[in-house]
Design a protein around this ligand. Structure first.
Ligand code: GDP
Ligand code: ZN
Length: 458
């Protein structure tokens, strides 16, 4: 086992009043002791924190005022000895501390190396490790909860259950093959195989369905604001952004023709796209044609369709409805401060049962109702994200899809009367694929690649 001592800044660079330089490895405590002017850290109790100064042994100068936490393995994140040096959050001071520990026996951690050690030392499984990564990227509290749940090993538990079901079935079949004389057992195992594969299949399907919600929690609900010129799209966008904490994001691939903003609406991260950029010159439907704009709209998870309450419905409005037909949407009748001209029954017909909200953005009316409606579309009223196990990781989703395919093959095989020992191959394959999610059957190189995706210091 690799037990050299690694170190990194484990708090976000440039954020917060306190920064932490973390060390992990055999010599973590010794290195800190050499630099620390205060209590003798090699003698202190584990999991205690100590105030003192960091001294550069080459110059005897005080580098920083610090709080040092000493945590002896195995009750630590990596299961190794861990020391956390809390110092002032500024870039300069934290870098000085890092340089000091680097100059005194620690090595700079590779991205994800702390988590990798936690994994290699059996502290967490792979899906939990990946959850750490999601946690770093979590955009709202709800997204954070999902990641935390996964770190708890909730997904792992689920996957292990499914694998258990599959392996029991396989074992059963093995017995049959070894003792072919028991005909009735053969029958039973066929039935059991059918039943269990179906159970596992349905569970995986459910996980994949929820994965979509998980994705939204992490990346934001792609929300398009559409409507003809002057109905109040930009005003709506501004209102939503002002009312809600904008979310800082680093998601690549922002569309250039459009303006995007991230906001947190009642725990739902919205990626708001104002089509203003396109519309300002020409109408979206006209410019791109119904098919193209429909495609753009289709990529949205939610459409906010803005209409002018004080105007009659126009042909353009109806075209937009047509382009957004069958998609998840909320219809907004804006400018209720002005006399109504719009035909409400006609709107209801076009809305296809989707919510219709009236607003006066200028008078700040109806925004609450709109937000309520947005949260409802996502959480379907009483769904509490905290109770669900989301699969939020692309690699996991990929593996689940492959598992589903393998199970489908098994099921088709059984339908067409394929011998059970052949069906079993697909079942075993499913078992292996699920194992890859929790890191039971993954190759070393995959592990390296995965952990290198982590932020430095985790
Ligand atoms: P967009 O072209 O759809 O983006 O519309 P804008 O947001 O630019 O708004 C067009 C005009 O309508 C602006 O002058 C807004 O001030 C005005 N407006 C927006 N919301 C309301 C509203 O609720 N009531 C009234 N009376 N005017 C509004
Ligand atoms: Zn506008």
């Amino acid at each position: 086992m690799n037990t050299d001592t690694i170190t990194a800044i484990s708090t976000p660079i440039g954020e917060g009043a306190i920064a932490i330089v973390r060390l992990s490895g055999q010599e973590a405590v010794e290195i800190a002791t050499r630099l620390f002017d205060g209590k003798r850290l090699t003698d202190v109790e584990s999991h205690t924190i100590h105030y003192g100064k960091l001294i550069d042994p080459r110059t005897n100068e005080v580098v920083e005022e610090v709080m040092v936490t000493v945590m002896r393995g195995p009750k630590t994140f990596t299961r190794e000895d861990v020391v956390e040096i809390n110092c002032h959050g500024g870039l300069v001071s934290v870098n000085r501390v890092l340089e000091l520990v680097l100059a005194n026996g620690a090595r700079l951690a590779e991205p994800g190396e702390f988590t990798k050690r936690a994994f290699l030392n059996g502290r967490i499984d792979l899906s939990q490790a990946e959850a750490v990564m999601d946690l770093i990227r979590a955009k709202t509290d709800r997204a954070m909860n999902v990641a935390l749940k996964q770190m708890d090993g909730r997904l792992s538990g689920l996957i292990q259950n499914l694998r258990q079901k599959l392996i029991e079935t396989v074992a059963h079949v093995e017995v049959n093959i070894d003792y072919p004389e028991y005909d009735d057992v053969e029958e039973m195992s066929h039935e059991m195989m059918k039943e269990k594969t179906k159970e596992v299949y349905e569970e995986i399907e459910r996980l994949l369905q929820m994965a979509k919600q998980g994705k939204i929690l992490r990346e934001g609900l792609a929300t398009a604001i559409i409507g003809r010129p002057n109905v109040g799209k930009s005003s709506l966008m501004n209102a939503l952004v002002h009312e809600n904490k904008a979310i800082v994001t680093d998601i690549p691939g922002t569309t250039r023709d459009t303006i995007e903003e991230y906001v947190n609406v009642r725990g739902v991260p919205l990626r708001l796209v104002d089509t203003a950029g396109i519309r300002e010159t020409e109408d979206i439907v006209e410019r791109m044609g119904v098919d193209r704009s429909r495609k753009v709209l289709k990529e949205s998870d939610l459409i906010l369709m803005v209409l002018n309450y004080s105007d009659e419905l126009t042909e353009e409005d109806k075209q937009l409805f047509k382009a957004a037909e069958g998609l998840e949407k909320i219809v907004i009748l804006n400018k209720t401060d002005l006399p109504r001209k719009i035909n409400l029954e006609e709107v209801d017909g076009l809305a296809e049962g989707n919510p219709v909200i009236t607003t006066s953005i200028i008078e700040e009316k109806g925004i609450d109702e709109l937000e309520e409606a947005i949260a409802k579309t996502f959480f379907e009223g009483d769904l509490d994200a905290g109770d669900l196990t989301y699969v939020s990781n692309v690699r996991h989703i990929q593996l689940l899809k492959q598992s589903l395919q393998a199970l489908e093959d098994a099921m088709t095989g059984m339908e067409s009367g394929m011998p059970i020992d052949l069906v079993q191959i697909d079942v075993t394959r499913t078992w292996e694929l699920l194992g890859e999610i929790i890191g039971d059957t993954v190759h070393e190189s995959l592990i390296d690649q995965l952990f290198s995706q982590f932020c430095l210091g985790k």
